[in-house]
Design a protein around this ligand. Structure first.
Ligand SMILES: CC(C)(COP(=O)(O)OP(=O)(O)OC[C@H]1O[C@@H](n2cnc3c(N)ncnc32)[C@H](O)[C@@H]1OP(=O)(O)O)[C@@H](O)C(=O)NCCC(=O)NCCS
Length: 169
């Protein structure tokens, strides 16, 4: 199911057939550097199941981003619900693209589409991004979304604090 689109990109629900394409995202150590390391195909299968659960439960999740001219997946962008970030529930914008697709503005373009969908279609008033302070590319995307640094958060299982960026409707 298509959720939203932008000039060059379509954002849709993750499908079982996306495993091979999403391997170039989740299986690449460089792409997963500011995450918890590269993942197996089995992990990607379970991610697709979890996302479909999230679409049903919350009405959103992380969506597969496809490139309009080819129709092929190049990464994901979407929303994750966190029950407590520094004591309050939050919805996070997340994005991750296959290495060969970096540097073309796709993260910014898809994140802007997600931000607008969140405000207009989902009625959300606030979005955050949780970013490793060394992840300059991602910080740049957040800034282009209109987000500002708000403070730090220590997520369970991480050895250092991440930065919290936020924007409002
Ligand atoms: C972060 C990521 C999604 C960015 O994707 P992208 O499509 O290349 O992003 P965009 O092209 O929209 O924008 C990247 C911005 O970072 C800038 N940038 C690129 N390399 C940079 C660097 N080393 N330092 C600082 N800024 C950098 C670009 O110039 C661009 O900003 P500009 O438009 O002002 O020039 C992509 O690199 C990725 O998938 N990384 C791995 C996963 C990840 O870290 N996700 C975010 C987790 S919070």
């Amino acid at each position: 199911m298509v959720v939203t689109e932008s000039e060059r990109l379509t954002l849709r629900h993750a499908l079982p057939d996306d495993v091979v394409a999403m391997r170039t995202v989740f299986g690449d150590a460089e792409v997963m550097r500011y995450g918890d390391g590269p993942k197996s195909d089995r992990w990607v299968v379970s991610w697709i199941t979890q996302m479909n659960h999230s679409y049903r439960e919350h009405g959103y999740g992380l969506w597969v981003v496809t490139f309009k001219p080819s129709g092929l997946p190049i990464g994901y962008c979407g929303l994750t619900w966190f029950p407590s970030i520094n004591g309050q529930p939050e919805v996070e914008v997340g994005y991750r693209f296959a290495r060969k697709h970096w540097g073309f503005g796709y993260a910014t373009e898809s994140a802007i589409a997600v931000r607008d969908y969140s405000y207009i279609d989902l009625g959300l008033n606030r979005l955050i991004a949780i970013i490793d302070p060394e992840n300059r590319r991602s910080i740049r995307v957040a800034e282009k979304l209109g987000m500002q640094y708000e403070g730090d958060v220590m997520l369970p299982g991480y050895s250092h604090a991440d930065s919290v960026y936020a924007c409002h409707r």
